[in-house]
Each structure stands twice: as structure tokens, then as C-alpha cells.
Write a protein that binds this ligand. Structure first.
Ligand SMILES: O=P(O)(O)OC[C@@H](O)[C@@H](O)c1c[nH]c2ccccc12
Length: 261
């Protein structure tokens, strides 16, 4: 079994357990369920930097990145740095995150928040809303076309934006539908962990213009972004490069400063 299959198998068990303890009705009773969301795709369209900064403690490809920070400081730091949005990993087993991280990020800043999760069930979309997310991630590699349609329609009905993640042409072609707001190209192959910016370049002209294009993973310099901009990328998802430092907010700030020059 490759790592992605393993993650999904674990996730199915986890979601079944969560569902048995907290029913849909209880999620819908969260005060955050009525909150007006902030659109990340709109923010990206109006942004000069397009940086989406991530909170990630560890990952299967890197083991520990940073375990000594608190989410509140990171969220405030990213907001002060004027990033466009924040991504919060909520998977516990492989990434050391939690829904509580999302909730604390929500309480700490007014940035559009992405729930970074392996979504395989509609239940997780209601959780995303109940814990303060503005955007959900859907990963084409683990979903059927019918699931992408059903999940994105539900997310839209909850006023959540949808970032659809692909890694190759086949995934892209099965995923293009009007309920998707942003198309993310993951430069990291989730099955092998190989990273290459060429993935974003190669797929860009297959993405119709009405989707906001986001390049994800392995971005650690302004040069990388400059390289991707001619391919019409408007958003850049950066995790490790900020999170490996003692002060991710400050790192994001100096990154964005260089950018504007
Ligand atoms: O830390 P990086 O290389 O900057 O990558 C961030 C982000 O793109 C990555 O965490 C990611 C992209 N897609 C995912 C899907 C699941 C978990 C994590 C991810």
C-alpha cells in the first residue's frame, strides 16, 4: 500500500468514530456555522503576493518540522505579514494537527482559513464549517468524479470555497466542474513525495481561465514564484519554508517584502 492509501484507510476509520460521537446536528449547532465566510479565491484575485501560509508541525515526508510553536502566534504572525490566507493541517496521525488548531486559528485572525485535510466524507465538510474554515481542500487522487461533485456542491451550499488539488492531467480532467473555485497543482507527488515545480508548469495551460490557479508545495524562494507567475499562477501555498523557522510570521513577512520589490 502506498502512503496515500494508508492515510485514506486510517481516515475512513477516524471519520466513522467521530460520526458515532458527534452527530451532524451537533456540528450544525456550532456558533461558527452561521458565520459569514471570507472568500480565499477573491482575496487571491486582489492580492499582489498570493501567499497562502500553512501551519504544519510534521509530515510523512519530513517527520518533524516544528513542534514548539503555538497556533495563535503563527496565525497572528501570518496575518501581520499580510499573507492572503492560511492553511491549517487538521490531520493528527500523519501531520500532528487537529480541528482544535483550526478553531484556535479562527479565534486568532481574520484571514481566510483553509481546512487542510484528506476529505473523504461529507461529515468532514460540516466539521470544517463548524470549526471556522472558509475553504476546503478536495484531493482528486482520492475522490471519484461523483464525490468531487457532491462534496463541492455541499461546500458551496455552506458558502465555503473549494480548492481542488491535482497532480496530473487525468486528475485534472476528471475534476473540472463549475462548483470548483480554485485549482491547486501539488508539486509534491503524495504517493512518492517527489517534488518538482515542473508539475505546475506542465499542467497550467490545461486549466481553464475561470479557475484561480494555485501552485502548492516545495516553494522556498521568490525566484520560484517568479518562475511560476508567467504560467498564470495567482496563489502559492507555502508550509515548510515558513514553519521550519522559529517565527513563521516573521519569515512570511520578510518573504513578502522581498516580493514587492
Ligand atoms: O511544506 P510545503 O512543501 O511548502 O507544502 C505545503 C503544502 O502544499 C502541503 O502541505 C500539501 C499540499 N497538499 C497537501 C495535501 C495533504 C497534506 C499536505 C499537503
Amino acid at each position: 500500500m502506498n502512503i496515500l492509501d494508508q492515510i485514506v484507510a486510517d481516515k475512513r476509520k477516524e471519520v466513522a468514530l467521530r460520526k458515532s460521537l458527534i452527530p451532524y446536528k451537533q456540528l450544525e449547532a456550532s456558533i461558527l456555522f452561521e458565520r459569514a465566510t471570507i472568500s480565499l479565491s477573491q482575496s487571491l484575485k486582489n492580492s499582489t503576493s498570493g501567499i497562502i501560509a500553512e501551519h504544519k508541525r510534521r509530515s510523512p515526508s519530513k517527520a518533524v518540522i516544528n513542534q514548539s510553536l503555538n497556533v495563535q502566534d503563527v496565525a497572528k504572525g501570518y496575518e501581520d505579514a499580510d499573507v492572503c490566507g492560511m492553511s491549517v493541517l487538521t490531520d493528527g496521525k500523519y501531520f500532528g494537527g487537529s480541528l482544535d488548531d483550526l478553531l484556535i486559528a479562527r479565534a486568532s485572525c481574520d484571514l481566510p482559513l483553509l481546512r487542510k485535510e484528506f476529505i473523504i466524507d461529507t461529515y468532514q465538510i460540516l466539521e470544517a464549517k463548524a470549526y471556522g474554515a472558509d475553504v476546503i481542500l478536495l484531493i482528486a487522487a482520492i475522490l471519484s468524479q461523483e464525490e468531487i461533485k457532491q462534496f463541492s456542491e455541499l461546500a458551496k451550499s455552506l458558502d465555503l470555497d473549494i480548492l481542488l488539488e491535482v497532480h496530473n492531467l487525468e486528475e485534472l480532467q476528471k475534476s473540472i466542474m463549475p462548483t470548483i473555485d480554485m485549482l491547486g497543482v501539488n508539486n509534491r507527488n503524495l504517493k512518492t513525495f517527489e517534488v518538482s515545480l515542473e508539475t505546475s508548469k506542465a499542467l497550467s495551460n490545461h486549466i481553464p481561465d475561470d479557475f484561480v490557479k494555485v501552485s502548492e508545495s516545495g516553494i522556498s524562494s521568490i525566484e520560484a514564484i517568479k518562475e511560476l507567475q508567467p504560467y498564470d499562477y495567482k496563489g502559492f501555498l507555502i508550509g515548510e519554508n515558513f514553519m521550519k523557522t522559529n517565527n513563521p510570521g516573521e519569515s512570511a513577512r520578510s518573504f513578502i517584502k522581498k516580493f514587492k520589490k
